[in-house]
Design a protein around this ligand. Structure first.
Ligand code: NAD
Length: 319
């Protein structure tokens, strides 16, 4: 991306979006579009008042503001989504609306305005319960087990088809679990909240043996930008994660020890086949061979990423 580009970030007031924003503002003019459904103004505190930053409070489901948001942009980073995987089991339309329809609205606005480049935050959950671990980008068939995973796969398909039909170009990132400062959902936030309420006992969803890969958020942003600079296909798909995985009970041990707690009883909910919830993938580790061939390496493994994220989250008393 040329320095001084004009960029739109959807979901830029969220966890990952605000870190991406800070990095992009070092070189580019950036507009954030966010409806603040889970994003926070505090996440933008370091950017407010900068001459190359603009904030638009708008909703991707309301196409009116979208034309203005995409006008004149060189590139769109599309992060806005409902990222709560568990929600799909009790609300079967939220991911269709917030992820698929919202993405279609954005692509339409881009098509009409002639904006040609989009980077999209997809997820490891598109692989479903992969039989091959570490899972490479060309694994198939892609059979998600959550409505969230299905919605992200549908977004990937829409983006790919827009690229081929309307001469656009895309970078699709399939993230492992991303953790760090300003994280607002996921296992770390859940454990810290529960332990602040009751330091004697921790409820752990599932068997505690679900084993997944975790990456620190600034590392994630660096990987996203490197893919953009080093890969120039029409549709560029990259896994982004760490090189190892860690199970939920080990994560609980880290959180408990970093909170300085002792003798915490763990209460496992058990769940179907040890899953934390319907749609919970029990084992996730992404093959990083493709992104490593560009010269990127995660700076930390999963447990160090988690340690660092827990420290950051504990500093934030509102988390
Ligand atoms: P987040 O909830 O912090 O950020 C999402 C942002 O999008 C929020 O600021 C929210 O207010 C905004 N938003 C949601 N719906 C919107 C709409 N209709 N219009 C405008 N704004 C809207 O989540 P995050 O963890 O930062 O995730 C960012 C992206 O990365 C998401 O697409 C998510 O699915 C994806 N992802 C995240 C992880 C992870 O571990 N955090 C893993 C895989 C993929």
């Amino acid at each position: 991306m040329n320095s001084g580009s004009s960029i739109l970030i959807t979901g830029g007031a969220g966890f990952i979006g605000s870190h991406l924003l800070e990095r992009l503002l070092q070189e580019h003019d950036v507009t954030v579009l966010d409806n603040f459904s889970s994003g926070k103004r505090e996440n933008l505190a370091g950017c407010m008042g900068k001459a190359n930053f603009r904030l638009m409070q708008a909703d991707l489901l309301d196409p009116k503001g979208l034309d203005e948001a995409v006008a004149g942009k060189d590139m769109v980073f599309h992060l806005a989504a409902n990222p709560d995987v568990r929600l799909g089991a009790t609300n079967s339309s939220v991911h269709l609306r917030q992820n698929v329809i919202a993405t279609h609205n954005l692509l339409e606005a881009m098509r009409e305005a002639g904006v040609k480049k989009i980077a999209f935050t997809s997820t490891s959950t598109v692989y479903g319960e992969a039989k091959k671990i570490p899972t490479p980008e060309d694994y198939g068939p892609l059979l998600p087990i959550s409505l969230y995973g299905a919605s992200k796969l549908a977004c990937e398909a829409l983006i790919s088809s827009y690229c081929h039909t309307f001469d656009m170009q895309s970078w699709i990132y399939r993230f492992a679990n991303i953790v760090g400062e300003r994280g607002s959902h996921g296992v770390l936030v859940d454990f810290i909240r529960k332990l602040r309420q009751n330091p004697a006992e921790l409820e752990i969803l599932g068997s505690g043996r679900q084993k997944k890969s975790y990456l620190e958020v600034k590392d994630c942003v660096q990987a996203m930008l490197l893919c953009l600079d080093c890969s120039d296909e029409r549709v560029n798909v990259f896994n982004i994660g760490s090189e190892d995985s860690i199970d939920v009970t080990e994560i609980a041990d880290i959180v408990v020890s970093q909170m300085g707690l002792k003798d915490v009883g763990y209460r496992y909910t058990g769940g179907e086949e040890g899953r934390g919830w319907k749609g919970d993938v029990r084992s996730m580790l992404l093959s990083l061979e493709k992104i490593k061939s560009l010269g990127w390496r995660p700076k930390w493994g999963s447990s160090q990423a988690i340690r660092s994220a827990v420290q950051a989250l504990l500093r934030d008393k509102s988390a």
